[in-house]
Design a protein around this ligand. Structure first.
Ligand SMILES: [Zn+2]
Length: 319
């Protein structure tokens, strides 16, 4: 992480503020998680780690380099019947909680905290919010960007699959200026937010984080945008080529195995099917009598799938 542009830029900004500080990049990850398989019981943990820990340590679960910072409420607020009010209430609850959880980062980022490094030297460490790892819906909540748009850059929603369409990081200054019009009346506020390309959100946590650009902090959602996105497309393609009934029938015929979960009702309605998708389609009858066992057809399927999927998910990879 210390070789990235972000750290160098931040060091310059910090030195303008007060020189000689050491940066401790804060990495926050959160995801709503289902904790049972048979009831809808969810938990909403927020984890924290820092960018100064080498990745070979950070990636090992047993070293405990991620600490559990908080649990956000998972209430659905189902008693609010009006849908717009419901969305607003959920979003405001999320902002209120995250503001509270991250409140200490403001003084810790601006003034720094004396801490000993491994070599024994006492350093003035500035804790700066650097990376926000979460799913697309939470990225939208964090940035206030509308559904379907990129939470990181200003690309048009219709150009998301383009390989060449230019894009630039969202402009934080404009967003902050729009949010600052909250006291000028509702109409002015809503209009300013729409012009800046965000939803009218009240005091999101990005307002109070020193030196932080939330749009820089957003990382591509690898699980949903690349992996599941690709699989979803693959399954759609296979359903069109072989028929959903055929895929589901083959799924029911799979024999028991230690490492895979069998879905006896079929998989075309599911999302966790990557372990055995290839086993299911290996000798399926394709339209125009294409032979799926022949090297040509199999590679044809995969190439076709990958080319189309690549177009769809190019944008995530471009980031
Ligand atoms: Zn983007």
């Amino acid at each position: 992480m210390h070789t990235g542009k972000w750290w160098w830029e931040m060091q310059k900004k910090l030195d303008e503020h007060c020189s000689g500080g050491t940066i401790v990049p804060i990495i926050i990850s959160l995801d709503k998680t289902q904790v049972t398989m048979f009831r809808i019981k969810t938990a909403y943990p927020v984890y924290l780690t820092i960018g100064n820990i080498p990745k070979e340590i950070c990636h090992k679960l047993s070293y405990g380099s991620h600490i559990l910072l908080a649990y956000l409420p998972t209430t659905c607020l189902e008693y609010i019947i009006n849908q717009a009010s419901h969305h607003h209430a959920i979003a405001n609850l999320y902002y209120a909680c995250l503001c509270r959880v991250l409140a200490l980062l403001k003084p810790a980022g601006l003034e720094g905290i004396p801490m000993h490094s491994r070599d024994g030297a006492l350093r003035r460490c500035h804790l700066l919010f650097a990376t926000f790892i979460s799913d697309y819906p939470e990225q939208l909540l964090a940035t206030g960007v509308k559904f379907g748009e990129c939470p990181k850059c200003d690309i048009e929603a219709k150009d998301m699959g383009s390989n060449t369409a230019p894009f630039h990081l969202q402009k934080l200054r404009e967003v902050l200026d729009a949010l600052a019009t909250l006291n000028h009346g509702n109409l002015v506020f809503v209009h300013a937010c729409t012009t800046a390309g965000i939803k009218p959100i009240i005091h999101p946590f990005l307002e109070d984080l020193p030196f932080t650009n939330i749009f820089w902090a957003i990382t591509p959602d690898v699980l949903h945008q690349l992996y599941q996105g690709l699989l979803k497309h693959l399954l759609g393609w296979l359903s069109a080529a072989c028929g959903a009934a055929e895929i589901d029938a083959r799924c029911r015929q799979l024999s028991l195995n230690h490492h895979i979960c069998l879905f006896t009702k079929g998989i075309t309605c599911l999302s966790h099917m990557c372990c055995f998708i290839f086993g299911i389609i290996i000798d399926v009858h394709l339209p125009n009598n294409l032979n799926p066992c022949g090297g040509y057809s199999t590679s044809y399927i995969l190439c076709n799938t990958l080319v189309t999927a690549q177009r769809h998910f190019t944008h995530s990879t471009r980031h």
